[in-house]
Design a protein around this ligand. Structure first.
Ligand SMILES: C[S@@+](CC[C@H](N)C(=O)[O-])C[C@H]1O[C@@H](n2cnc3c(N)ncnc32)[C@H](O)[C@@H]1O
Length: 284
């Protein structure tokens, strides 16, 4: 089903809010963001449907990610994390993930790639509580509540910092980058995977350089994101039908990037870019 089927005036207001979100001032964005996440958690109370909150990655001319049966209901979220971190040496290392969301990435990396320690930080205490509940049994994983722009860790604490589909919504991305630089060990890497409007890419690359990082690896994964949105469309639409109140359906399908949404079209026609980077600290 396409997004247009849900539309009415209230739905168009929802679309506008979602579309303008990242350009709103921080004081509007933070309460909206919190409200939105509270709603998502409410709609998925049993914590079965959404272990990832990203658009996902689907392989094109490469094998499917081998996953155990219990992980096969959300393969594209896991694959995005795999692409984000698997070009760095993760086994036996200490990793921090900033904006770990519902913990699906932490769980995938801990169980398949075997870091020594994995800390997931998120601004939402509800997310942190849910992650503690669901993944508390994984000995190398811990979750903490905190802000990307003010990381509660000493200097040089981690071998890698992971960030997936989150930095775009932060109030002060330069402050986030400088915090990452501070908590990273000198030989570590910053594994950043995120999207930006095409016209904002140049600024992002300048910010990366000014923050003291060099690009070691850069991959444009937008075609894989589009493929994931297409392959996951039916599951998402069905999930929304069952869980999301009707007045939120249109906004939610924009947020989820279902086929027919402007978000889906923006990835497909190149207005929105999606990259995966390995960034390494340059000299002081
Ligand atoms: C789109 S979700 C991505 C979650 C996860 N990385 C994933 O791919 O499933 C963005 C996450 O960023 C978190 N977040 C937003 N602003 C934040 C901030 N300033 N500091 C820390 N986390 C933040 C939200 O609570 C949410 O869990």
């Amino acid at each position: 089903m396409e997004k247009e089927n849900f539309r009415g005036p209230i739905h168009r207001l929802g679309d506008w809010i979602v579309g303008s979100f990242v350009r709103m001032p921080r004081w509007v964005r933070l309460p909206l963001w919190r409200y939105w996440h509270l709603k998502m958690i409410e709609w998925d109370r049993e914590y079965h449907a959404l272990r990832f909150m990203n658009y996902g990655y689907a392989p094109i001319d490469e094998p499917e990610l081998p996953l155990v049966p219990e992980d096969q209901h959300e393969p594209f979220g896991a694959h995005l994390y795999h692409v984000a971190v698997s070009h760095a040496p993760v086994e036996g290392r200490e990793l921090l993930e900033v904006s770990s969301g519902r913990g699906g990435g932490a769980s995938y990396i801990a169980r398949y790639l075997h870091p020594r320690r994995y800390v997931g930080l998120d601004i939402s205490d509800r997310n942190v509580d849910a992650c503690d509940r669901v993944y508390g049994h994984l000995p190398e994983v811990e979750f903490v509540q905190g802000e990307a722009e003010n990381l509660p860790f000493p200097n040089n604490s981690f071998d890698h910092v992971v960030s997936v589909e989150a930095s775009r919504a932060y109030g002060d991305v330069m402050r986030f980058f400088s915090e990452v630089r501070r908590v990273l060990r000198p030989e570590g890497s910053f594994l950043l995977t995120d999207m930006r409007w095409r016209e904002d890419m140049k600024v992002l690359k300048q910010q990366i350089a000014v923050a003291g990082f060099a690009i070691e690896r850069e991959v444009n994964i937008a075609p894989n994101v589009v493929r994931a949105l297409e392959r996951d469309n039916e599951r998402k639409v069905e999930l929304m039908r069952r869980r999301v109140p009707r007045m939120f359906l249109s906004a939610f399908s924009e947020f989820a990037g279902t086929i027919g949404s402007d978000r889906y079209r923006a990835f497909a026609d190149g207005r929105m870019n999606y990259f995966s980077w390995n960034l390494i600290p340059t000299g002081e």
